[in-house]
Unconditional design. Structure first.
Length: 350
């Protein structure tokens, strides 16, 4: 099968491309930043991003399936950057895929689309939201996934996959910030006793779910929550993560509601430190019902936490340790970062 992957140079995109190539598929990798590691997989690299419909169409031409992993994932990114990439970029992907006669688009969303300042325990895909998503990242991802499902039909099926907090070896998105915090602050900050549930999704498990969603007949028009099989308490998960990286154990304590209030003030002032989304992720109990993914996709989270942590520890050591990973923290996307993409798209439109 010929499959296009957008955002192919990202944490999830790279892992997915590797899996699809191993499974014998022909892969077209759409990426703005190629790498020797990606090219060594034996796939075809198409330069470009989701801001350029022509580049998407070129990559999707002749492909039966497309997986859309490209996104701005930081809740600290500017509203325009989030809207341009996560919403307008997804619309470009859908239009280009239809033009290229792609039969199914699998869109990677996230469980943050349901995040407000309340616990989400055993949350399924059909449960109504309690207010709007907490931050601009969640809101733009929700808008994108609603557009994806709404555009599906007999000619082009659409499926949405919502991973929980992504982690694992190769993570250059979330892990660098966590390790910088641990190194600078004496540990990752948690709240209360750290006995709240944390929903996680190992990279290998998400890739497995995506590979299944590409071919499963009943996945057309469906939304799937994807998490690890283990129920993780915050203190346990972050302690194991810290141990794998060789940094101090998490700092546990402090009242959640006071921490949340302080985070709201920091965000309003644009200050460094934890923002409301960070506090909710670490302090509110979160778990997701996976029965739909189990029934439809045959999903069973093949990578356990123990195996994932061992792989993560080996990878961090091979990359030079926690300090080396922490040095890879990237600033959040700004209006200036996407100015070239916007200008190119506007020139194409005219």
């Amino acid at each position: 099968m010929k499959i296009t992957v957008t955002g192919a140079s990202g944490f999830l995109g790279r892992a997915l491309c590797a899996r699809l190539v191993r499974d014998g598929h022909t892969v077209h990798a759409l990426t703005r930043q190629s790498s020797p590691e990606l090219e060594a997989l034996g796939l075809t690299v198409f330069p470009g991003g989701v801001g350029d419909p022509r580049a998407i169409w070129a990559a999707a031409e002749g492909c039966e399936r497309l997986v859309h992993t490209a996104a701005v994932t930081s809740h600290r990114a500017s509203a325009r950057a989030l809207g341009w990439v996560n919403v307008a970029g997804t619309e470009n992907v859908l239009r280009a895929s239809r033009r290229a006669k792609v039969k199914r688009v699998v869109h990677v969303s996230c469980t943050d689309v349901t995040m407000t300042n309340v616990p989400r325990v055993n949350w399924n895909e059909d449960k109504g939201l309690i207010g709007d998503p907490l931050d601009s990242y969640g809101r733009t991802k929700l808008e994108a996934e609603e557009m994806v499902i709404g555009r599906g039909d007999d000619a082009m099926e659409t499926t949405v996959v919502r991973p929980a907090m992504l982690w694992g070896a190769g993570d250059t998105t979330t892990l660098p910030g966590l390790l910088r915090e641990a190194l600078n602050e004496g540990g990752v900050r948690l709240f209360g006793k750290g006995d709240n549930l944390v929903a996680t999704a190992h990279i290998g498990n998400v890739v497995d779910a995506l590979a299944r969603a590409l071919t499963c007949e009943t996945a057309a028009g469906a939304v799937y929550n994807i998490t690890d099989n283990e129920f993780n308490l915050a203190a346990e998960f972050y302690s194991e993560l810290s141990a794998a990286a060789g940094v101090s154990s998490p700092r546990v304590g402090g009242r959640y509601r006071f921490a949340y209030a302080r985070a709201v003030l920091r965000k309003r002032r644009g200050e460094a430190g934890l923002w409301p989304s960070d506090v909710v992720r670490r302090g509110q109990s979160t778990s997701f019902d996976q029965q739909r993914a189990i029934n439809d996709l045959g999903y069973d989270a093949p990578v356990t936490r123990d195996v994932g942590m061992a792989e993560l520890s080996d990878w961090i050591a091979s990359e030079g340790g926690a300090e080396a990973i922490a040095s890879r923290v990237r600033p959040p996307a700004t209006d200036e970062d996407i100015a070239e993409q916007v200008a190119s798209a506007e020139a194409t439109a005219t």
